[in-house]
Design a protein around this ligand. Structure first.
Ligand SMILES: [Ca+2]
Ligand SMILES: [Ca+2]
Ligand SMILES: [Ca+2]
Ligand SMILES: [Ca+2]
Ligand SMILES: [Zn+2]
Length: 382
């Protein structure tokens, strides 16, 4: 496509922007008329197998959570920072830091400036987001890898709480280690703009960048919105009709224009689809979930070729070869996968990052509102 500069990273071998949904017409995706269309059984979320953390479901409907509403009663006293390192005493105690020492581990970096968990957020930034998060599961930790996502949506295009809960599970199950001893990435979703007017997007990269920028985090340098990834659930991309979503950036434009678009109407035309023998169709909700997880994966510098040796692991949520029902099931549910190294998902029935993909995740250099470093020129989309 004209004007598109291709990223030539080790992670990306695709010559074209990816389609998050099958490239083939619906009729080639299987036999849509043969399936029951029944909703799948809600997966058991109380699992603790394979050492994976049990994820607490959101306690509220995320669509009712405001981004910048402070908690009624801050659980720690934010005013008392005895050693002046940018972290309140009680927050330091909570995470095993020394409230009487600016530099608890003596490495020359003050506690507030440390990024012990390597997620690209300093402890001071984590404290800021922690203090502003209205519910417990949104609070980041200086001892655990965190990913902050701002979510906007158009009228009627909001993801369900179940979609977000599944996405949270997918990131929590990523095979990465943390100083707190619990594996995974904590995905924290903050809803910002709700019920934006419906607007379709096209193949015009500039249009999509401008749209994202127009609805970017209001408080990029503020205490709550530090280094967020920006995601908008929109209606359709009327040109890339087989695409479920894309990740866009352009170094020639402001970083606030970088982000993810999920095309809910495009997905609605494809899902539910693909009932293999003994299975239910892959639901729209599942399609939205895997697309959301996949696109946010791109913002963490993941390409599609994330298997060892550069090939595509079909069980990995980053896979994109979805022209057959079998492959769509593998990516969306991990169907048939028994190997934890490949991100086995049989029990949960949800999208997962393979071990190889998890090893390539780059939280420190994500495509967020503070960086568009993927771009090599006039623009980038994936
Ligand atoms: Ca302190
Ligand atoms: Ca300290
Ligand atoms: Ca950190
Ligand atoms: Ca953290
Ligand atoms: Zn992709």
């Amino acid at each position: 496509m004209a004007g598109m500069a291709r990223l030539c990273s080790l992670l990306c071998v695709l010559l074209t922007a990816c389609s998050e949904t099958p490239d083939r017409p619906l009729s080639d995706l299987g036999t849509p008329s043969d399936a029951t269309g029944a909703e799948r059984v809600v997966p058991d979320r109380t699992l603790g197998e394979n050492g994976l953390p049990v994820v607490d479901l959101p306690v509220v409907d995320l669509r009712t959570v405001d981004l910048f509403v402070p908690p009624d009663a801050p659980p720690v006293d934010p005013s008392k920072d005895s050693d002046g390192d940018g972290l309140p005493d009680s927050f330091e105690k909570l995470f095993g830091l020394d409230p009487a020492k600016q530099d608890s581990d003596g490495d020359g970096t003050p506690d507030g400036a440390e990024d012990e968990d390597g997620d690209g957020l300093t402890a001071a930034e984590e404290w800021a987001a922690w203090s502003g998060a209205p519910v417990e599961w949104q609070k980041p930790s200086p001892k655990h890898k965190d990913l902050l996502v701002e979510l906007d949506y158009q009228v009627g295009k909001a993801p369900s709480a179940a979609v977000l809960a599944e996405a949270i599970e997918a990131y929590a199950a990523a095979d990465v280690s943390n100083p707190d001893g619990t594996p995974g990435i904590a995905l924290h979703v903050f809803i910002d703009e709700k019920d934006l007017p419906v607007q379709n997007l096209t193949d015009d990269l500039n249009q999509r960048l401008t749209y994202i920028g127009a609805h970017g985090p209001k408080n990029v340098t503020g205490k709550h919105a530090a280094k967020m990834i920006h995601v908008i659930f929109a209606a359709a991309n009327t040109v890339y009709t087989s695409r479920g979503g894309d990740t866009v950036a352009a170094s020639s434009q402001s970083a606030e224009k970088a982000g993810v678009l999920v095309y809910v109407d495009n997905l609605s035309k494809i899902f539910p689809v693909c009932a293999l023998p003994g299975t239910t169709k892959i639901s729209l909700e599942e399609g939205i979930t895997s697309t959301f997880v996949h696109e946010v994966g791109h913002t963490l510098q993941l390409g599609h070729d994330t298997a060892v040796g550069g090939s595509v692991n079909p069980y990995n949520v980053m896979s994109t070869d979805l022209g057959e029902c079998d492959l769509l099931h593998k990516r969306t549910r991990g169907t048939g996968n028994q190997d934890p190294a490949l991100g086995a998902t049989e029990k949960n029935g949800g999208p997962r990052f393979s071990k190889a993909a998890a090893a390539l995740i780059k939280l420190k250099s994500k495509i967020g509102v503070e960086t568009n470093k993927f771009d090599t020129g006039s623009g980038y989309e994936m």
